[in-house]
Design a protein around this ligand. Sequence first.
Ligand SMILES: Cc1ncc(COP(=O)(O)O)c(C=O)c1O
Length: 470
Amino acid sequence: MEAELPLVLDHRSRVPLAAQLVGLLRSAVLNGTLRPEHTLPASRRLAAELGVSRGVVVRAYEQLSGEGYLESRGSAGTRVAVRPDGRGTVTEGVRTAPGADPAGTIDLTPGRPSGAPFRDRDWRAAWRKAISEPVDVELPPALGMPALRTAVADHLAASRGLTVSADDVVITAGTSDALQLAVAALRGQAERPRVLMEDPGYPTARRVLIAAGATVLTLPAGDDGLEASQLAAIDSLPDAVLVTPSHQYPLGGRMPVSERLALLAWAETNQVVILEDDYDSEFRHRRMPLPALASLPSGAEVVLVGTFSKSLSPWLRCGYLVVRGTSGQRLRNARLDLGTPVPGMLQSALATYIAGGGLARHIARARRQYAHRRALLLDRLGGRAGLELAALDGGLHAVIRLHPKVPAERLAEEALGLGVRVVTLASYFAERTPENGLVIGYGAPTDLQLARALDVLTGLIDRMAAGAQQ
Ligand SMILES: Cc1ncc(COP(=O)(O)O)c(C=O)c1O
C-alpha cells in the first residue's frame, strides 16, 4: 500500500531540505503514520510533489535506510522496515542479507560492509548484460579479463590517485587469494618464504600465509603501523613484509609519510618485497588518505593488494593486485601457472558495473551511511569514562580500549548472551601481550541496530566497572 504523506518542507529554513525530510519521515514511522505495510512514493514523484530535486528525496531515503527505518527493495520501491515503536524490525517477507543471523543477534564482527549492492539497479543491469553476452568456451584469462583490469586501473586513478596501466593489474579472488599467490611467487627464491607482519594484525592473513607455506614473523605495531627504527633492528631479514599503511588493522592509524619513505628505503636496500594491504582506503571520514606506498617514487618492489570485500561485498570473493618490476613478473607467472579462480561471468558483470559508475555511486552511498554510524559511536561512547574510542578516521570498524576493570573477554561473552556479537582486540594479537578492548564493525548493522547494541555494551561496561569497585 502506498503511503499518503502530508509532508511540508520549509524552503526558507536553514535546515537542509533532505534533513527536514528525514526528520518528517522518521517521525511518521515512530508515530505510526507510516507502517510496515506502507511503500514510499517513488523518489521522482515525491520530489515533484515537494518541489525539490530528486537528489533530496534520494538522500533522505538513503539516510533512513541506513538508520534502519526504511528498506530499499530495488525496483519494488522503498518500504517501511520498523514497527511504530521503532524497535522490532520487520522480518516477514524481508530477505535478509547473506550471513544475517536468523536468531536476531546484532553482529558487530568487523569486516562486514554496509548493505551489499545486490539490489542496485546498476548491479542488476551489469549482471543482465553479463549473462546475455555470448559465452566463451575458453577459460577466463589467467591474469583477469581485460575489461575488468582496465576498470580497476581507472577506479584506482579516480579513487586513489594511482596511475597504473591495465597491464599492471592482476585480478584475484580477494586478499586471501592474493597472499597465497604472493607466497607461491616467493617460493621461486626461498623454499619457505619469510613474511613479516604487524602485531596486532589481520589474523586471516597470518593463517593464510602459514597455510600457503610461509613462515610468519611479527613486529609490534603501534596505532600508525610499523616504525622504521624497528625495521632497522631486525637481524634476520624477511623476504616480504605485509603492511596496512592506509589504515593499520585493527588499530586504525595511518603510517606517516616519513615512515612510508623509511619503509621503502629499508625494503629497497634489503630487497624485501612490500605487500601493501590497501583494504578500505575508499572510506576516509575525517582526513584524506595518504598516497599509497605503491605510488611513491622508490626502487622498492611494492605490490598493492586491493579487494572488493569492503567497497562491495566479501560475498563476491574478488580483488586485485597492482604488480610491477621483478616481483610483479613473478606474481604474474605464478598466476599464469595456477590460472584464475575468479569466474568470467562475475568479472564481466563487475567490469560493466565499475565502468558504468555503479561502484563509485555505491561507495558514495556507503560512505554517507558510515558517517552516520561513526557519529553515533562518537555520540554514545566518545568522552565516556572507562573507555577510549579509536580507529574512527576511516574504514568501517572502531576500536574500544577498555579499563582493566572491564575485561573484554567477559564483556564479549555477556554481550552475546544479550544478543550482541563483538570481537575482542586480543584476537588480533599474535605474540605481543594483548590489549584489553573490542573491535566493533559498524558497516553492516543499521543505525537502529547499532544504537541498540551500544546501549547493551555501555550498560554492561557500567555494570562491570561498578561491580569491580565494590
Ligand atoms: C586487513 C584486511 N585486509 C583485507 C581484507 C579483505 O580480505 P578478502 O579480500 O580476502 O575478503 C580484510 C577483510 O576483513 C581485512 O580486514
